[in-house]
Design a protein around this ligand. Structure first.
Ligand code: SF4
Ligand code: SF4
Ligand code: SF4
Length: 424
């Protein structure tokens, strides 16, 4: 059996029509799996006979094509030629050229509209028909599963789910193996901490997915759903970190990744006010923050914290410190700087909603400046996605929904959710 993909047939038919009334010709390269010949590349050639009833490919051109096939680890599967005005069956001259029992000879007839095609093989001098299967390519379904069509027909960039930008050395080895064996030996690191493996041929996709699975690597999500969760290093590695970003990224991914929504939806987690991960660029941005709680008994009124605060949120008046939490950005500098431990740092999360850094840039709005309970935060996430599903129109980004219905409506929805869950 010989397997074509639909776009290859379209390309061949187009070429045959362009060559009309001369016979078009070319070679077919690909791979053989369990006796099935799968076409990966179609190589067009010049018919040096320039005839309407026969074709011939110059030896030098054949050699150049075979070299290209070898470079792509392909084998010669057969050839094709057109019959501009006659049916798709071998002429006496064709039969004389069908000599190799390992090859499939495909004839495209332009006599009918749409054109027809048939495959032939030869065994002990006898020519018989070879079965041809044409596979459709469902680009939309492939894209939703993280397999993105490239400019070059038949090739895809395979996107992986890399939560929080973290990969093990074993997984890196797996990526190296897949990219060298099936791709072009390169990887692309995406803007959102992801990895894409380009130049994967449609014919190799199933094998590639299995291989990736064996290294614990899953495909990424595209389209209108919750995308890869991004995160900085966070508290366990970065001394500035206020929260465990990586652990949180895994929890969010486990709970929401791939869920269908009106449009794509991105969670981004940054460990502190330094905002290395740019939380506000995300549909839902999470930032680790520190809320300073003043301990009067320890304070000597030295005034250092008022000078250190980057946003002038601290005032010292008659031995009394007051922190303006509306202004405070939760950097925790005052807590670290106070020589007398006159601040206790309370660590938690600050949430922003409706960020987007695509065609239109929108900075996420801070609706929840401080929340210390992770459990409560997950309730807010649940409610936010529920709200978006309910209020968002198909194809509408979250910030657009918020612009249309108003941020106040989301705030109210979240408050009601909090009440339902016993909050106050
Ligand atoms: S955002 Fe903060 S915790 Fe995260 S890497 Fe940057 S400095 Fe470290
Ligand atoms: S740095 Fe510490 S001791 Fe000095 S004023 Fe601030 S809280 Fe008080
Ligand atoms: S946490 Fe940072 S922003 Fe807030 S009061 Fe302290 S120094 Fe100022």
């Amino acid at each position: 059996m010989l397997v074509f993909f639909e776009f290859q047939i379209e390309k061949i038919v187009k070429f045959c029509r362009e060559q009309y009334p001369i016979e078009a010709c070319g070679l077919l390269g690909g791979k053989i799996e369990n006796g099935v010949k799968i076409v990966k590349s179609v190589y067009f050639a010049r018919n040096i006979a320039q005839s309407e009833s026969r074709f011939d490919i110059e030896a030098k051109e054949q050699y150049e094509i075979i070299k290209k096939m070898r470079a792509k680890n392909e084998v010669l599967l057969g050839n094709f030629h057109s019959h501009p005005k006659t049916p798709a069956r071998p002429s006496a001259e064709d039969r004389e050229l069908m000599l190799d029992p390992n090859l499939v000879y495909v004839i495209f007839s332009l006599k009918d509209n749409p054109p027809t095609f048939k495959g032939f093989k030869v065994s002990r001098g006898e020519v018989s028909e070879e079965e041809i299967t044409v596979k459709k390519v469902d680009y939309k379904t492939l894209k939703s599963g993280g397999i993105m069509r490239q400019t070059e027909d038949g090739y895809f960039a395979v996107r992986l789910k890399i939560t929080g930008g973290n990969l093990s050395i074993e997984q890196l080895k797996g990526l190296e193996e897949v990219a060298s064996r099936y791709g072009n030996g390169t990887l692309h690191l995406t803007a959102r901490q992801g990895v894409e493996i380009p130049y994967i041929h449609i014919a190799d996709l199933e094998e590639v997915i299995e291989k990736l699975k064996s290294y614990g690597l899953e495909l990424g999500a595209c389209g209108p759903r919750v995308r890869t969760v991004t995160a900085c290093q966070g508290r366990s590695i970065c001394p500035n970190g206020c929260i465990e970003t990586q652990e949180l990224a895994r929890e969010i991914a486990a709970r929401y990744y791939g869920q269908t929504l009106p449009h794509k939806f991105k969670f981004g987690i940054t460990g502190c006010a330094n905002n290395c991960l740019k939380a506000e660029e995300n549909d839902l941005g999470i930032k680790g923050v520190c809320r300073p709680l003043w301990l009067k008994d320890n304070c000597t009124a030295c005034g250092l914290c008022t000078k250190i605060c980057p946003v002038n949120a601290i005032t010292l008046n008659q031995q009394e410190i007051s922190v303006d939490y509306e202004v405070c950005i939760g950097c925790g500098d005052c807590v670290k700087a106070c020589p007398f431990e006159a601040y206790k740092g309370e660590y938690g999360y600050s949430l922003s909603f409706g960020g987007s850094f695509g065609r239109k840039i929108n900075i996420g709005k801070k609706l929840i400046p401080f929340i210390s309970s992770k459990e409560k935060m997950f309730t807010i996430f649940d409610k936010t996605l529920e709200f978006y599903r309910k209020e968002g129109k198909t194809g509408e980004r979250f910030y657009k929904t918020l612009e249309r219905v108003g941020f106040a409506k989301l705030e109210q929805y979240l408050r009601e959710g909090e009440r339902e869950n016993g909050g106050n």
